[in-house]
Design a protein around this ligand. Structure first.
Ligand SMILES: [Fe+2]
Length: 371
């Protein structure tokens, strides 16, 4: 068979493409190499799987043509190594006709094709060409998938930014309306994180609590300013109006915070009381979400130790005594204990208002958004 029949084009089709021919019979290797070199391949050869691995370790090749039956390491073991270590290498196995079943097993293991001995050179040529086409498509597909994943990732990040920008807009709007609430919320977040750490909660729950605490009073955006800033005692109707901030906050944030239900429960339930006399739902004991029970202790402590238009601040000791006195009635005793432990003597209380920090989504919420 003359090479002239398949070198009509000025350049052979696979000019410079490297390949490795693996066969323990030197005569068969020579036949294949002559054929492949005629197609432009630059060929290396190996007499066994072990020799083939030595060749591949020098540098991966796009194509391996390998016999199945060989000493030292057979074609199946070699195929397994190649698909694991060099997944972009196309493997064609060469089998005896009687071994077609093994050839099919090789296809299942990742070989791209097989040729049965005795083979026709035209057939080998066609199989090689097809295998390299398949390999190109597989690589293109993989690259496309990776690009797609990167784009999805970038979009998920953008959605997250948009969510936080939306929440920030609310926080800024509230700050413009009621400067006290922002400083209060930041301090409550800090106290809450202190309690959460004293209780050794996992990082995700700590983030959830920090986010919920920072946003817990955001519903005050819907409370009338005259009531919000009233210096004197509130009437019953005014008190009820101000307490609507829990429901308003949960309604505003609900659609935005579907993936962070723990944080949302803080917004709605931070004025519940253990004895069931709180608002808005009159939940009792364990019915009150844990995160909300935790933030309510921090909230009460900061409210008591801050100066408000209608009263001076209580001393730290007085506020601590109040927490002790109302534990089991208004507050969860475990959380009060954690607060006292976290801010034991020696901590300078009340804490100053922390610097404005960017809001962060809890890790689990971020994962849910990306799923
Ligand atoms: Fe509140």
């Amino acid at each position: 068979m003359g090479q002239a029949t398949f070198s009509l084009a000025a350049m052979p089709p696979f000019s410079g493409v490297r390949c490795l021919v693996v066969d323990d019979e030197p005569r068969l290797r020579r036949v294949l190499i002559r054929l492949l070199e005629g197609e432009g391949f630059s060929c290396a050869e190996a007499g066994s799987g072990v020799e083939a691995l030595v060749e591949l370790e020098k540098g991966p090749v796009p194509l391996v043509i390998s016999d199945l039956r060989m000493p030292e390491m057979d074609g199946v073991s070699l195929l397994r190594e190649i698909t694991t270590r060099w997944p972009e290498t196309a493997v064609i196995v060469v089998t005896a006709v009687a071994e077609v079943e093994s050839a099919v097993a090789c296809l299942q293991m990742g070989a791209l094709d097989y040729v049965a001995k005795p083979f026709h050179l035209d057939e080998v040529r066609a199989r090689v060409s097809q295998a390299l086409d398949k390999r190109r498509l597989i690589i293109e597909n993989r690259t496309y998938q990776q690009n797609l994943e990167q784009r999805v990732e970038a979009q998920a990040r953008r959605i997250e930014e948009l969510f936080l920008e939306g929440v920030h807009a609310l926080v800024y709007a509230l700050e413009a309306k009621d400067a006290y609430t922002r400083g209060h919320s930041m301090r409550v977040a800090n106290y809450s994180v202190g309690i959460a750490r004293a209780l050794k909660l996992d990082d995700d729950l700590v983030d959830t609590i920090a986010l919920g605490a920072e946003l817990h009073d955001v519903g005050k955006i819907g409370v009338s300013e005259s009531v919000l800033h009233k210096a004197g005692k509130l009437s019953d109707a005014e008190y009820r109006h101000i307490m609507e901030h829990t429901v308003i906050g949960a309604r505003i944030l609900g659609p935005l915070m579907k993936d962070a239900p723990g944080a949302l429960s803080i917004v709605r339930s931070h004025h519940e009381r253990l004895d069931g006399t709180g608002s808005p739902d009159g939940l009792k004991g364990d019915q009150i979400p844990f995160e909300a029970r935790l933030v309510s202790v921090a909230d009460a402590f900061d409210a008591m130790t801050s100066v408000r238009p209608y009263r001076p601040s209580l001393s730290v000791q007085h506020a601590m005594r109040e927490l002790e006195q109302w534990k089991g009635v208004q507050f969860d005793p475990v959380i009060v204990a954690a607060f006292l432990k976290a801010f034991a003597e020696g901590t300078s209380l009340p804490i100053p208002t922390p610097q404005l920090q960017p809001l962060r989504l809890p890790l689990r919420a971020m994962e849910a958004r990306r799923a």
